[in-house]
Ligand binder design. Sequence first.
Ligand code: PRP
Ligand code: URA
Length: 233
Amino acid sequence: MLDTSSHPEHPMQGIPQPTRDQVLALPRVHISQHPVMAHKLTALRDRHTAPPEFYRLVKEIGELLAYEATASLALETSETETPLTTMQGYKLAGGIGITPILRAGLGLAEGFREVISDAQVWHLGLRRDERTLQALEYYNRLPHKVNLQVCYAVDPMLATGGSAIDAINILKRRGIPRLSYVGIIAAPFGLQNLVQAHPDIDVYIAALDESLNDLGYIVPGLGDAGDRQFGTF
Ligand code: PRP
Ligand code: URA
């Protein structure tokens, strides 16, 4: 657990962080190389982008990330009738789950649902205490019946990694066969912590940034992803 007790007003002060280069080759980490992603991400980071446009961009980035993160899903054959004949087609083998980590994961989850409209949405509320940087669970609507082939925990910001690690711990207790984390921007510190805690999951992100500042915010980052989506400054 992160020890922030010596500087509660500046919880990351004095805590060593890895560099980008030190985490770039971590296994099972996928960093988008798509030019459209880079274009939308720049607009998202812009401090002048207002909440309605910000939310729309998060959702569109969620669609692109969903496309990348679902590329290795399992299929099963499915006979189908076209207007001309009968053929053997495919359907996804087993259900798909999306767990938006509230609040900021909501926009990303909307993007995922544009790509996989029949995905189940398992809401999980985690809030980061800004002094200790520990994640606190405040809402959990995860069903007990699991019939998924994979569940994606989605949250735009991977900062210290505390929220993502806790979310995956909670999902693992539900016995889902395969889990992935999907985020927009990661700090090297959070990415390293998540991969160390959960080496058995895939991690999909749009960008890997430089570091966390003393307050635990990602730099260059985009600020507070929840506040910017929902206009709560
Ligand atoms: C933000 C973000 C992540 C978390 C990341 O949420 O959306 O959930 O912080 O930080 P971590 O990697 O250090 O845990 P926040 O707790 O601010 O809540 P919100 O979504 O309600 O804004
Ligand atoms: N949460 C955010 O919304 N932004 C950050 O930079 C870090 C955590």
